[in-house]
Design a protein around this ligand. Structure first.
Ligand code: NCD
Length: 322
């Protein structure tokens, strides 16, 4: 392993944020700063450079009140690769079950000394609320159906690597738009970079009022397929729904599942993405998920780079009193 690290450069003048709560609040310039720094870490990683000492002495806590595989692991690895230490808080084994509030939990963790808190919660706005009660950097790792900024960024980074400038490109988000924080972060980020966004799914999960966000909406994957450059296949968020949004999963898969047969009717160089976890045979068939158009695992590698960039930028953006 090459532990020698190349020059990262100064903190960009356009970056002053201590927290990352969502892509809605970011300017195009701020988005590009994160994407460029993430690309730097990705390139360094590809050259075998996996250990930096940029955040040595810092502590990051992952405060997750919802399950996670990719997001938590990659934030943990990202912190470690920057030289920080990282501690995991898990809601199910904590004093929350003894009646402690989320705010008290966060304050107690901060009292042990931590510079970054990566927060996932099923209630929209919890990361924002914590910003008002603790002094460390807060990074939103998904707040209910609201936003999942680092997922949006890693999706966009993967598109940018494959397609170059996203201006004028057509990106379709397929499936459970209504309950997807990934969809919202994609929409905010992609539109700022000039992409055309289509949201597509059953009418119970895609409403016409999404047009207010400036996106096109469609109920037919087959109708939009020939003009799409990127398909981002979203999981049905059953855990956020009280009623079944369609008669059966089989019917959903027939209408909205991306299959090898549909791929033949798409642009030859269409890019297939999915935030994961994927349900094989529902939103995507295995031949497509594992095929040459798919960049699903590439997204996961880019996620690590994005999270390194976000941890570094939000730490660098604050004044640390020694
Ligand atoms: C997404 C999430 O948690 O919002 N997954 C992820 O972070 N990789 C999408 C999902 O759970 O379907």
């Amino acid at each position: 392993m090459n532990t020698q690290w190349p020059e990262l450069g100064e903190l960009p003048a356009g970056w002053t944020r201590k927290h990352l709560l969502g892509l809605e609040e970011l300017s195009r310039e701020e988005l590009e700063i994160i994407l460029d720094k993430a690309q730097f870490f990705r390139d360094a990683f590809d050259r075998g450079c996996r250990k930096f000492s940029l955040l040595s002495g810092h502590t990051c806590v992952t405060l997750f009140f919802e399950n996670s595989t990719r997001t938590r692991t990659s934030f943990t690895l990202a912190a470690q690769r920057l030289g920080a230490s990282c501690v995991a808080f898990t809601a199910s084994t904590s004093s929350l079950s003894k009646g402690e509030t989320v705010i008290d939990t966060a304050k107690n963790i901060e009292a042990m000394g931590c510079e970054s808190m990566v927060v996932r919660h099923s209630t929209p706005g919890i990361p924002q609320l914590l910003c008002e009660h603790v002094n460390c950097s807060i990074i939103n790792a998904g707040d209910g159906p609201h936003e999942h900024p680092t997922q949006g960024l890693l999706d966009i980074l993967t598109m940018r690597q494959r397609l170059g400038d996203l201006h004028g490109k057509t990106v379709a988000l397929i499936g459970d738009i209504a309950h997807s924080r990934t969809a919202r972060s994609n929409i905010w980020g992609l539109q700022k970079l000039g992409a055309h966004v289509i949201v597509c799914g059953p009418s119970t999960l895609v409403a016409a009022d999404w047009e207010k966000m400036g996106v096109e909406y469609s109920y037919s994957l087959d109708a939009i397929l020939p003009r799409v450059d990127v398909l981002n296949l979203l999981r049905i968020q059953f855990e956020r729904q009280y009623t079944r949004p369609f008669p059966s999963v089989r019917e959903y898969a027939l209408l909205y599942g991306m299959t090898g047969e549909r791929l033949r009717r798409a642009k030859p160089d269409i890019l297939i993405l999915a935030p994961g976890p994927i349900n094989r045979g529902v939103e995507v068939t295995p031949d497509v998920a594992d095929g040459p158009q798919s960049a699903i695992l590439e997204q996961v590698s880019n996620g690590l780079a994005v999270r390194m960039a976000v941890l570094w930028l939000t730490e660098g953006g604050r004044k640390i009193d020694n």
